[in-house]
Design a protein around this ligand. Structure first.
Ligand code: KQY
Length: 378
């Protein structure tokens, strides 16, 4: 694996949309008891459910710390590849490489952003994070992909979404937060995104989901269904602080043009009713200085926008809420060519994220084949 000094844009690479065809999906096994309750056992079962659901559509690799290898290998089905890898926690979207593709040659490279646990010593969620910061490099090495490394630019994969055709969506709450790149202006951050994602246009939402501990990652509030079309987490309850946030996003998205000059179609994706941490759930988490505590009654950042788009399928978080069915129905309409699969995800939510946050797709290295031709061929 080479570390390249150029940029993806200069080299003719772009980040593909998640709805494009994948070679596979990467995940990390959860285990830390100061984030995952009851010795991380319920979370491990939830991660197994997600891995099985995605495996119906594409190969899944689970990275596991050394002392959990035997347990993970035992709990996961044999069709999931298990790889020993040191990590601090289990958020592959945020710590894994952002893969970029070259449409002419089909070559794939990784972008390896600096990772500081969502805010470093300012408002990061745990310390240390050094093993997590090495994950992207290790995956590029295992996969034989060259990488671009940004030592001085902090970014997590969940803070960006792209349409694969030049448009990036992100939030100011996250990318302009004081714990990430405080010495850079908004313009400089935007230029870096364009350069390393091979993009031309950045759409800035103001804020993400209410009380999202990532400083409002975009992947919890909005996602591209396909170029020109997004889902946006939504509530009609004007007394909910989320209402103003979603309304503000809606105004921005419906008044913006994407990189190709298209108006965006915005689908409202209704949120579940507020989900609060129970006493039992709170008591199951170890207290450790430097890790965000899980307090009884705290509201969790639940949203169906945090789903994974797989080859021929979409895997949607479920919360045992009446909105679950509505979400599945909307996704069935929006993705008629894919199978819609719900996975109960409260245990992942309790750790601070959801299905999108724990998965990172690796694009397929075949040039000139359109995703739908491949989906149809399966
Ligand atoms: O991307 C995410 N939503 C990850 C959240 C990290 C939570 C750590 N406790």
């Amino acid at each position: 694996m080479k570390t390249l000094l150029s940029t993806p844009k200069k080299d003719g690479y772009r980040m593909p949309g998640e709805f494009e065809y994948h070679d596979g999906c990467w995940m990390i096994w959860p285990e830390r008891t100061d984030n995952w309750r009851n010795g991380a056992k319920p979370a491990q079962h939830a991660f197994v459910d997600v891995a099985k659901a995605i495996s119906e559509f594409e190969p899944v690799t689970m990275c596991v710390n050394q002392h959990q290898y035997v347990n993970a290998r035992h709990m996961l089905p044999d069709y999931v590849r298990v790889v020993e890898m040191a990590t601090n926690d289990a958020w592959m979207r945020d710590v894994g490489p952002t893969f970029v593709v070259h449409d002419g040659t089909g070559d794939i490279r990784g972008v390896d952003w600096a990772f500081n646990a969502w805010g470093g010593l300012i408002d990061g969620l745990y310390f240390p994070w050094d093993e997590d910061d090495r994950v992207a490099e290790k995956i590029c090495d295992l996969e034989g992909k060259d990488r671009y490394r940004l030592n001085n630019f902090v970014l997590e994969g969940g803070s960006i979404h792209v349409d694969g055709e030049g448009t990036v969506i992100t939030t100011e709450e996250c990318l302009l937060s004081s714990g990430r790149n405080p010495s850079l202006s908004k313009q400089e951050i935007e230029e870096t995104l364009k350069e390393y994602l091979g993009a031309e246009k950045v759409i800035w939402l103001k804020r993400g989901i209410y009380l999202d501990e990532t400083n409002g990652h975009v992947d919890n509030i909005c996602n591209f269904v396909r170029p020109g079309e997004v889902v946006l987490a939504w509530t009609d309850d004007e007394s909910d602080p989320q209402y103003e946030i979603s309304k503000e996003c809606y105004e921005i998205l419906t008044n913006e043009f994407d990189a190709k000059g298209r108006k965006l179609t915005v689908h409202k994706l209704y949120l579940p009713s507020p989900i609060l941490i129970t006493k039992e759930e709170s008591e199951g988490v170890d207290t450790v200085d430097g890790t965000l505590p899980r307090v009884e009654g705290d509201r969790l950042a639940a949203s169906y926008a945090n789903y994974y788009t797989a080859n021929g399928g979409v895997v949607i978080p479920q919360f045992n809420d009446p909105s679950d069915e509505k979400a599945l129905a909307l996704f069935s309409e929006l993705y008629p060519e894919r199978k819609v699969v719900g996975v109960y995800a409260r245990e992942i939510l309790l750790g601070g994220g959801n299905i999108h946050c724990i998965t990172q797709q690796q694009p397929l290295a075949i040039p000139a084949i359109k995703p739908l031709e491949l989906v149809g061929a399966r």
